[in-house]
Design a protein around this ligand. Structure first.
Ligand code: CA
Length: 329
């Protein structure tokens, strides 16, 4: 009974205490409005109030880091028209088979499936000549805006498929660290988080490659075959303890924190909080909200009950608007 009372008082103080504002992480830029990872999507996210802007990174044939979500080019570009003969035997086009100069000849468009159908039909569908950019170009772009506005909008690069890159004979983690150090960004207090789905690579980044920048372990699903990391295990209390020995930042799915059918907080969320891990879940999209929660209800659960530390969103403006309203309450 006494414990229950303590708990009740604790929860009450919890709900009235000042909002610890979570970071607004623009997922692939303002990708809800403009094709992902393009400079216009970056600029929109910046202007709409992002704290951090994400860059997914893959390597080109000539070892340039380019900002693309997939190792494939098919579903976000016109590669099949420009270089029809450059498919691999599986029918796919791979960024790593093209030099940066070749990649720059492509136009990016809103994401489609392999049949060419829009994944999100309400998003940008015009045939605009958006270009692929490098990591260095996006670093420079954000730095220019920060210099002019006085803001400190940060970078949130993801090292994509390090094991696959290794199979192709390339060390993407070393390439990322090289660029970070060239820009004086490999520091714990720099406005940057480096993220990766591969737990072995996260350990390597920290222990072998001596990365100093803040490091986020992304937590996915074993069925995605994103890496050989066992996410089912990592989501257990024992698994989370292993994670906590390496980094304090995790990037789980929103679905790992909130049961999308009941709207209830999961045991995983409670375990992560108990270990004092900093939680940056992905991805807020207006098209994929939980069954019984409105967008603001979902934000309420994430911000006030789970007390997330950041949120990946395709719609920077919507999370910014929500947080601004909380501050004015
Ligand atoms: Ca990503």
């Amino acid at each position: 009974m006494f414990l229950k009372l303590i708990y009740f008082v604790f929860m009450l103080s919890f709900s009235v205490c000042a909002l610890a504002k979570p970071l607004i992480i623009a997922h692939r830029g303002a990708s809800g409005y403009i094709p992902e990872h393009t400079l216009p999507a970056l600029a929109y996210a910046y202007a709409a109030g992002a704290d951090y802007i994400e860059q997914d990174l893959v390597l080109s044939k000539d070892d340039q880091l380019v900002v693309l979500h997939d190792i494939h080019l098919d579903t976000v570009s016109n590669v099949a028209q420009v270089f029809p003969s450059r498919r691999r035997s599986d029918g796919r086009f791979y960024a790593i088979d093209f030099t940066l100069a070749e990649l720059k000849q492509l136009h990016l468009h809103e994401r489609t499936n392999l049949k060419g159908e829009a994944v999100f039909k309400n998003r940008y569908q015009a045939n605009t000549e958006f270009k692929i950019t490098t990591f260095a170009e996006q670093i420079a772009f954000i730095a220019q805006l920060n210099r002019q506005t006085g803001r400190k909008v940060g970078l949130y690069p993801e090292i994509k498929s390090p094991f696959w890159h290794k199979e192709q004979g390339k060390d993407i983690s070393k390439a990322v660290i090289k660029v970070l150090r060239q820009h004086n960004l490999d520091k714990v207090d720099a406005e940057i988080y480096v993220q990766c789905f591969d737990f072995n690579e996260v350990k390597r980044l920290k222990n072998e490659l001596n990365l100093k920048a803040k490091l986020v372990l992304l937590i996915g699903e074993n069925s995605w075959q994103e890496s050989d990391t066992d996410y089912d295990f990592l989501r257990t209390p024992a698994g989370l303890k292993q994670v906590a020995k390496v980094t304090q930042f995790i990037g789980p799915r929103i679905e790992h924190l909130i049961d999308f059918n009941s709207g209830q907080i999961t045991d995983f969320a409670k375990s992560a909080k108990a270990l004092n891990l900093k939680i940056h879940p992905y991805t807020h999209r207006v098209e994929t909200l939980p069954v019984n929660l409105s967008q603001n209800d979902m934000f309420d659960v994430l911000v006030y009950q789970i007390e997330i530390n950041g949120l990946f969103t395709d719609f920077t403006d919507k999370f910014f608007k929500y947080l601004s309203a909380q501050e004015n309450k």
